[in-house]
Design a protein around this ligand. Structure first.
Ligand code: UDP
Length: 550
């Protein structure tokens, strides 16, 4: 560090779960290479830093420094299979840990922090950045999670049908500025007794329209206690039409929060949202349709409120992939910067860099073009054992060549007595995914529809078989299947022997698979144009550099 003339200091704060920190580090490394006078403190848990930095940090970038914080877990806590509890502990402790880390890194470098770059989940940094009088640049991981929340919030009930969001909380000044006549000038504080009547009237109005079947709106009211909120919701819901209702409490008070809708709405598309005409209500991430009580639900809610205040929002995507959605978000955010696809720009996978220890690429070299199935469910999802067993059965019976990125003991999912050497493929603990998807022999990708995986599949020109699990994954599947037409969901939504065989045959053997390949080629070309020297992504990156290093 001493040999460099460092004049600026940027803190990058990373979310340590799933594949969030890797792409953020990948972006930070690009920024650091472009701005050698800036020192970047990369702050996340020691576990995440160890895994990222042990393999990936090129020695040529001494201006990126890892700084560890604790994970917030109570002593003796054994993380359950469901990451939500673990994430909850971390998020609760994170603001204080980060505050401390910012001070420590300033002391260590002797430089005041001039910008906060962070995972978009860290909505609380908006306040911190304001206090520090520095720009805040959240980097989003899942393109749609925050967007729908934001869209639904902003649109309110403007079209008198659709996904609406009513928030009567006096602590949300943004709302008084929204241009929806029914909600402007609501005096604050609002009496709880007004809310049921008001919302109920609107609900009635909605139901009386021809569009009532598409109504599914959430509402939130700040009340003194959960039971008051609950009564309010009960009163509004008119009983029979409630699909789901939940109550949550936040640090600002108690929120009654619910989703109202009629059963039978499931097939209704969200055609009132630009770019979402082919998306159906059940495809939406859980947190979007209410449940502000859950860790993810309340996170999304807060993101929806704070992201528009950020100096810029950056994302691992490229503008040409979804122009309509990009335009919508450009109108929502102060700056919306599509600076991806990362895997195409950095010509290396997202950190940690992956060595091909298992010889996947050499093995692929020996196979025919577009003949191999690649299987991975990302870094978090663990499909249930019966689905894994059904999938193993498919591989045994069909003999399709495959590479399976699999964690655990494969003997547990193979039929008793079956020797894995009888399989026509490779089972590896972690694959060099970007290269595997870029290999000519790879013909299809069975994926959980994580955003990084989708972009990498597009860049590799490989159609997808989708088995989404949670978060934005269903929405992503819908886009893959219905909008871009570059993949297919498994019949029945879960892995069954027949369902997967059908999907494999369709994508690897039938003309439909070739048609998908043609369509994905168009997107791949757009991605290549986007990252070309004068393309949209480098232009957005220049803007980012300017903001971050100013
Ligand atoms: N990945 C990999 N090798 C594997 C499995 C996954 O390199 O065997 C990488 C993959 O290239 C992608 C990331 O892990 O960049 C998974 O990210 P995604 O957003 O698809 O899913 P998540 O892990 O967040 O659920």
């Amino acid at each position: 560090l001493k040999t460099l003339t460092l004049t600026h200091h940027v803190a990058a704060l990373a979310f340590p779960f799933g594949t969030h920190a890797g792409p953020l580090l990948s972006l930070v490394l690009r920024l650091a290479a472009t701005a050698p006078h800036v020192v970047f403190s990369f702050i996340t848990t020691s576990k995440a830093n160890t895994s990222l930095f042990s393999k990936s940090l090129p020695s040529s970038l001494p201006n990126v420094q890892a700084y560890d914080i604790l994970d917030g877990l109570p002593k003796g806590f054994v993380p359950p299979r469901n990451h939500e509890v673990t994430i909850g502990f971390f998020l609760k402790a994170a603001p204080a840990y980060f505050k401390r880390a910012l001070k420590d890194t300033e002391a260590a470098t002797g430089l005041k922090i001039g910008c906060l770059v962070s995972d978009a989940f860290f909505w609380f940094l908006e306040d911190m950045a304001e206090e520090m009088k520095v720009p805040w640049v959240p980097v989003d991981h899942d393109r749609c999670l925050f967007m729908l929340r934001q869209t639904s919030f902003d649109r309110g009930l403007e079209p008198a049908y659709g996904l609406g969001f009513i928030d009567l909380s006096p602590s949300l000044p943004a709302h008084t500025a929204t241009p929806y006549p029914r909600f402007v000038n609501i005096p604050t504080p609002i009496s709880i007794f007004l809310i049921p009547g008001l919302v109920f009237a609107i609900w009635r109005a909605l139901r009386s329209t021809d569009h009532h079947r598409s109504v599914s709106f959430s509402m939130s009211c700040q009340t003194k206690s959960p039971s008051e909120g609950y009564s309010a919701l009960q009163a509004c819901s008119d009983g029979s039409d409630v699909m789901e209702e939940r109550l949550g409490s936040s640090d600002k008070g108690c929120n009654g929060y619910g989703v109202l809708g009629r059963t039978g709405d499931e097939e209704k598309s969200l055609d009132f949202l630009p770019g979402f005409s082919k998306v159906k209500i059940p495809d939406l991430p859980e947190g979007i349709l209410g449940n502000s009580e859950s860790t993810v639900g309340s996170l999304l809610y807060k993101m929806g409120q704070t992201l528009p205040k950020a100096t810029a929002v950056a994302i691992n995507s490229f503008e040409e992939l979804e122009p309509e959605v990009v335009n919508l978000l450009k109108s929502r955010f102060q700056k919306f910067l599509n600076v991806g696809p990362f895997s195409l720009i950095t010509s290396s996978p997202t950190p940690p860099l992956i060595k091909d220890d298992s010889g996947c690429l050499e093995w692929l070299d020996k196979h025919k073009p577009t003949s191999v199935a690649y299987i991975s469910f990302g870094s978090v999802v663990a499909p249930p054992p019966h689905e894994l067993a059904a999938f193993a059965q498919v591989l045994i019976e069909t003999g399709f060549p495959f590479i399976w990125s699999f964690r655990g003991n494969i003997e547990d999912v193979l039929p008793k007595g079956f020797n894995k050497s009888g399989l026509n493929g490779k089972i590896v603990p972690w694959a060099p995914q970007v290269q595997v998807l870029g290999h000519a022999s790879t013909g299809v990708f069975l994926t959980h529809c994580g955003w990084n995986s989708i972009l990498e599949s597009i860049v590799g020109g490989v159609p997808m078989i989708c088995r989404p699990f949670f978060g934005d994954q269903k929405l992503n599947m819908n886009t893959i299947e219905a909008v871009w037409e570059i993949g297919v969901g498994i019949e029945g939504g879960v892995i069954t022997k027949n369902g997967v065989i059908k999907a494999l045959e369709l994508t690897l053997k039938h003309k439909e698979g070739n048609e998908m390949r043609e369509k994905i080629k168009v997107l791949k070309n757009l991605a290549q144009q986007a990252v070309a020297s004068n393309g949209s992504s480098p232009q957005a990156f220049s803007t980012l550099v300017e903001i971050v290093t100013k």
